[in-house]
Design a protein around this ligand. Structure first.
Ligand SMILES: *[C@@H]1O[C@H](CO)[C@@H](O)[C@H](O)[C@H]1NC(C)=O
Ligand SMILES: *[C@@H]1O[C@H](CO)[C@@H](O)[C@H](O)[C@H]1NC(C)=O
Ligand SMILES: *[C@@H]1O[C@H](CO)[C@@H](O)[C@H](O)[C@H]1NC(C)=O
Ligand SMILES: *[C@@H]1O[C@H](CO)[C@@H](O)[C@H](O)[C@H]1NC(C)=O
Length: 325
């Protein structure tokens, strides 16, 4: 009797669980990833999944319960970092996260599948820095740009991040030199040979993240001849001397140059000042209000040979009558 009941219950339970799993199988390979402080959940579709399958993805933290990230998406990844504009709590650099995903088809749903845990600053994969080189004589200046983070910046998250710079002669790839524990993003490599091609690669190390960053692209540059800065200095000095000489010549021969280029009849200084004076100056007003000054005439008798005057100065005849008196 009891055995029959037991077997009945067992059968129903087994049947029930078979029915449940037959509804929709779960997504596989569910894993939470982070590159440059973003947070992305990725998964694979269940075996033999149909094309109409959609997914819902969620994430939680130690303090926030599961929150919806993506709903009814057909792709197999959900970027939680790009949801910051909506009502979701924003991703924080020191947060510990878990993701989960569920597949849907019509009214059927699969069970949730949870991902690995991830602490963003400890587990994110730091991308490669951007390196540019500038050669100056037998030295090369290395400028390093940090990778751009989805949340915060590299220097904010990893305050004590350092650069590990490796450099080598392009012709001797096996003899690599290192400068490590560098915090400033500009470094001058000075123990180089002139007129030689060097290659540089940089990696970022942090204390909290056990993995160093992806190494930068290998960048190469030729050093120039050692004399180059000296030559440049001489050239600058020569140009400066020429400029000074030109200024001196201009100063010494200013008058003759001026006579050459400027009009001969320069207005006297006091006349210029008078012309430039504003019309409401007191002198101007006084002149406007005063009567024209009495003109003083002196009797002059011009005794001249009429004939020669007319020939020599024809305008003489047209002078004002007062002159003719
Ligand atoms: C998210 O929730 C699950 C259980 O619901 C829990 O096991 C996990 O620890 C939580 N994640 C974090 C980061 O606390
Ligand atoms: C997601 O799809 C289900 C049906 O598969 C539907 O009931 C639900 O409303 C959809 N949700 C959103 C937010 O579109
Ligand atoms: C690296 O820097 C150069 C110049 O500043 C820029 O053109 C290039 O896009 C940068 N590359 C990356 C991957 O940031
Ligand atoms: C710097 O990088 C080189 C190789 O990339 C490695 O051998 C060396 O140990 C690193 N130094 C530090 C201090 O990380």
């Amino acid at each position: 009797m009891s055995a029959a009941l037991c077997s009945f219950i067992l059968t129903t339970t087994l049947y029930g669980s078979t029915v449940l799993s037959a509804i929709l199988s779960r997504p596989t390979n569910v894993h939470l990833t982070s590159n440059n402080m973003n947070l992305v959940l990725r998964w694979s579709p269940p075996e033999g999944a149909s094309k109409s399958l959609v997914y819902t993805a969620e994430y939680n933290t130690t303090v926030i319960p599961y929150t919806v990230g993506c709903v009814n998406i057909s792709t197999c990844e959900c970027d939680f970092t790009s949801l910051r504009t909506s009502l979701q709590p924003s991703i924080v650099e020191y947060g510990k996260y878990t993701g989960r995903v569920q597949a849907h088809e019509g009214l059927k749903s699969s069970p949730w599948v949870e991902s690995n845990h991830m602490t963003l600053d400890k587990d994110t994969i730091i991308g490669s820095p951007n390196v540019s080189l500038l050669s100056n004589g037998a030295t090369i200046e290395v400028s390093i740009k940090d990778p751009v983070f989805a949340v915060s910046t590299l220097r904010n998250v990893y305050i004590s991040a350092t650069y590990n710079i490796s450099y080598w002669k392009d012709s001797q790839k096996d003899q690599v030199k290192y400068i490590s524990n560098i915090q400033q993003n500009r470094v001058v490599l000075s123990d180089l040979n002139p007129r030689t091609k060097y290659c540089v690669q940089v990696q970022i190390n942090t204390e909290s993240n056990s993995r160093p960053s992806h190494p930068s692209r290998v960048t190469c540059e030729n050093t120039t001849s050692e004399e180059a800065p000296w030559m440049a200095a001489v050239l600058t000095a020569v140009i400066m001397a020429a400029a000074v000489a030109l200024v001196c010549v201009l100063a010494v021969f200013r008058k003759s140059i001026c006579q050459l280029f400027c009009p001969k009849d320069v207005l006297p200084q006091h006349f210029k000042e008078y012309l430039l004076e504003s019309p409401d100056s007191t002198i101007y007003l006084a002149m406007q209000n005063s009567h024209p000054p009495e003109e003083i005439y002196h009797q002059i008798s011009v005794i001249a040979d009429n004939r020669t005057m007319e020939e020599g100065c024809p305008l003489g005849k047209r002078e004002d009558p007062q002159w003719g008196d």
